[in-house]
Design a protein. Sequence first.
Length: 273
Amino acid sequence: MGSLSGKVALITGAARGQGRSHALRLAQEGADIIALDICRQLETVPYPMATVEDLDETVVLVEKLDRRIFARQADVRDPAAVAAVVDAGVAELGRLDIVLANAGISPHSADEKDALAVFHDTVAINLTGVRHTVHAAVPAIIAGGEGGSIVITSSTQGLTGRGGTGTGAGDGYVASKHAVVGLMRSWANWLAPHRIRVNTVHPTGVSTPMILNDAMAGFLALSPDIAGALTNLLPVEAVEAIDISNAIAWLVSDQARYVTGVTLPVDAGFVVK
């Protein structure tokens, strides 16, 4: 039996990248999955976003691990849509114990045509979407009566201001990743009486399509100072999604049963550099 046998986890941004990795890692530990992703392109995002086919692949991979998965398209900016997925997923899988508010965008580009629109979309997804996700999920966790765990994906940019550019993407990303730390700390207090733990993880650059794309490469090529500011202390350019998933698998398990209200870097030393 895995450390999460009998548990159900809601994961946003689950079609690919970190979200898919988290779904597979938690499924390996015995969890069933409610998977949510927008699966369409946004005009303000300069790299290809996840597709329906990506989400379908996540379903196949989880089912190969002999776990159940309920997967739907939804935009985390739409609270009614998120709530509908959560309610249907809980009805299908029977409970909810874990929430990974992972959905996010990083629309950095060397050619930002509408900085204000980029800023608004980034904050709406990375911050407001987290709020919608958690508020949709909490009633089901409380109803279960067994406590639970919520992990919000922030960033090293949620702990530092390194690499600031004043662009719509830069402002929106750093502001939203700092802001979810405030939500986490508030929610840790709110939900402690229900034995629900709330924490943030803070990855450095992760080798996923959100980082490994032409738009990000062009943005970093604008200034050697920016690229240099975003390097790690350990000699690695980027970590892998599984490195974040392994940390989360521990954080949501009973091995971390008294860990709440913490900001956990998985960052190859980025923050202390």
